[in-house]
Design a protein around this ligand. Structure first.
Ligand SMILES: [Ca+2]
Ligand SMILES: [Ca+2]
Ligand SMILES: [Ca+2]
Ligand SMILES: [Ca+2]
Length: 540
């Protein structure tokens, strides 16, 4: 444990120093490589959030060092409502001894109390457009002007992002793919309303100093629209940044044609400082497992290799890799990230040739402990929520229903569910908040107090209306659940965005990103959903 804490301290120190000399703003949520012991973080970008110790981000390219050009003026934005302050309980905090973790240092998953830089969790919502073109985003400075840009669907958008953003100059096409998809909620949209952008990441894959774009399409059913040429379902590609030269599509390289699972992850699983991609493989050996794809960094244009981690899971209807709920993080404090999925934790072995050790936990509602097909939550996170030195788990419980919880680890290796929010019938127990279809979730320190917070909300048309997801006709809402450790650990809801009579809420989609887009030290976030493309700028 001490070793782990030392590594965490080193990681935090590294991140701090990197952050001071900074360069690119941080890109987090869905991109959480571990800091390899004894190495320096690669590249120059870094996470700013203090946080669960075990993770540290190798820079994704780090070659651009120009200062922030252009702050973003505020404008009338989203409704900002602070939540009621009562502690969410949802269960006791067990017999946790205090909240300081490792003596109050930013150690075991913790972070220290510090003055928040966005104490009221206020955001300015910038609507870049209201088209359904993508369900995920990647963030990097693609044109090397020192300002972060957004990739979503087949387009990338040059920053800075300001009110009345000028698409005629800012929007650029870099790949084939679909254009506008339907959003009526008709049953046929289970086929035609599914994007070829389910997961997206940025990384300098070939090491030339320019960030490239990774795009992973829907697991199975793809957009079946004539002439749209979407990425083939289940396929992930990366697109080589042309360094501001040439026109037309960026050169494409296939990562794999068998990338399933409704959610992915971008995490350094191997400890080499470079990211792997989490997901499920259908035709691997053994089949229908969760695991990760690893690049051959000496040969970056080659397909990536899948490493199975879990037992075999049933694919829905015998065909479809619509498995929900995946993540990674160091659960047992040995410095190696473990795999999280709907029905448990897979502890990474000390030696790669050994099997991963399974801890069977129902991280879902309904509680699936077996291998049956069906649904679970979305992105999953390992973090010491209550600061007792043991890593806990945070995740939504059902991407197509209700439920949000953290799972307290105590004693080591056992987990007890602590509900944060559930059905409308139970709303009174959870500060009168009940939002369904939490199909995407980020976990970062949003107010800057040193403790990570949950950002999630309803996914508009997570399924067509006829499929009858619980709460599917409810208004779209987006919340930050702020972690508060006193008197006991609980999450405090803050409504950030919602449907109003004059403006539709963004909701969430498959995956979004938390990033300090304008490099003012306050975390922002970016969402591409069936409602459009949105940048939420935190107010200092
Ligand atoms: Ca740029
Ligand atoms: Ca804990
Ligand atoms: Ca916080
Ligand atoms: Ca910011």
């Amino acid at each position: 444990m001490r070793d782990a804490q030392n590594r965490r301290s080193v990681a935090i120190a590294l991140r701090s120093s990197v952050y001071v000399s900074v360069v690119l703003a941080c890109v987090t949520c869905g991109f959480t490589p571990v800091t390899p012991p004894g190495s320096s973080a690669g590249g120059s970008s870094a996470t700013s959030s203090s946080s669960s110790g075990s993770t540290g981000i190798p820079g994704s390219s780090g070659s651009t060092g120009t200062p922030d050009s252009g702050g973003v003026p505020g404008s009338g934005g989203s409704p900002t409502v602070t939540g009621a302050g009562a502690p969410s309980g949802g269960g006791s905090d067990g017999n946790a001894a205090g909240s300081s973790g490792a003596g109050g240092t930013p150690g075991a998953g913790g972070g220290t109390a510090k003055p928040p830089n966005n104490p009221n969790l206020k955001y300015t919502k910038l609507t870049i457009h209201n088209r359904f073109l993508a369900e995920s985003v990647a963030i990097a400075d693609f044109n090397h002007d020192g300002v972060l840009d957004i990739a979503a669907g087949r387009r990338w958008y040059a920053g800075p992002f300001v009110p009345n953003y000028d698409l005629s100059t800012g929007e650029h096409i870099y790949r084939d793919g679909h254009e506008d998809l339907p959003t009526t909620g008709a049953e046929v949209e289970i086929n035609t309303g599914v994007s070829d952008s389910w997961a997206a990441y940025s990384y300098d894959i070939n090491g030339d100093g320019w960030d490239d774009i990774i795009q992973i399409a829907a697991s199975d059913m793809g957009p079946m629209l004539a002439g749209q040429n979407p990425i083939t379902f289940g396929t992930g590609n990366w697109y080589l940044n042309p360094k501001n030269t040439g026109t037309g599509n960026w050169q494409k390289y296939q990562i794999s044609a068998d990338m399933r699972g409704e959610h992915k992850g971008f995490v350094d699983m191997t400890g080499d400082g470079k990211p792997e991609i989490l997901g499920s493989c259908k035709s691997c050996n053994p089949t229908q497992t969760w695991g990760y794809w690893q690049a051959d960094w000496a040969n970056p244009t080659a397909p990536w290799t899948f490493h199975p981690v879990t037992r075999t899971y049933e694919y829905k209807d015998g065909c479809c890799g619509w498995l929900h709920g995946i993540g990674a993080g160091d659960v047992n404090g040995d410095g190696k990230p473990d795999l999280l999925e709907r029905s448990g934790v897979w502890l990474q072995p000390a030696v790669t040739t050994q099997p991963w050790t399974f801890i069977n936990v129902a991280f879902s509602i309904p509680e699936f402990l077996g291998t049956q097909a069906d649904i679970g939550g979305s992105q999953m996170y390992a973090y010491d929520v209550d600061g007792d030195g043991l890593t806990d788990i945070v995740n939504s419980l059902n991407s197509h229903g209700y439920g949000l919880a953290w799972f307290k680890q105590a004693p080591a290796g056992t987990f007890t569910r602590q509900m944060i929010m559930n059905t409308p019938e139970e709303a009174a127990m959870y500060q009168n908040v009940a939002v369904s279809q939490l199909h995407s979730l980020c976990f970062e320190d949003m107010d800057g107090d040193g403790l990570k917070d949950i950002i999630t909300g309803k996914m508009f048309l997570a399924h067509p209306y006829q499929t009858g997801d619980a709460g599917n006709m409810d208004p779209v809402q987006l919340y930050i659940f702020k972690l508060v450790r006193t008197p006991t650990a609980h999450f405090e809801p803050h409504l950030i965005d919602a449907d109003t009579p004059t403006e539709k809420g963004s909701g969430v989609a498959r995956e979004f990103k938390v990033v300090d887009m304008n490099k003012d030290g306050v975390m922002d976030f970016v969402i591409a959903s069936k409602r459009g493309l949105f940048v939420y700028l935190g107010s200092p």
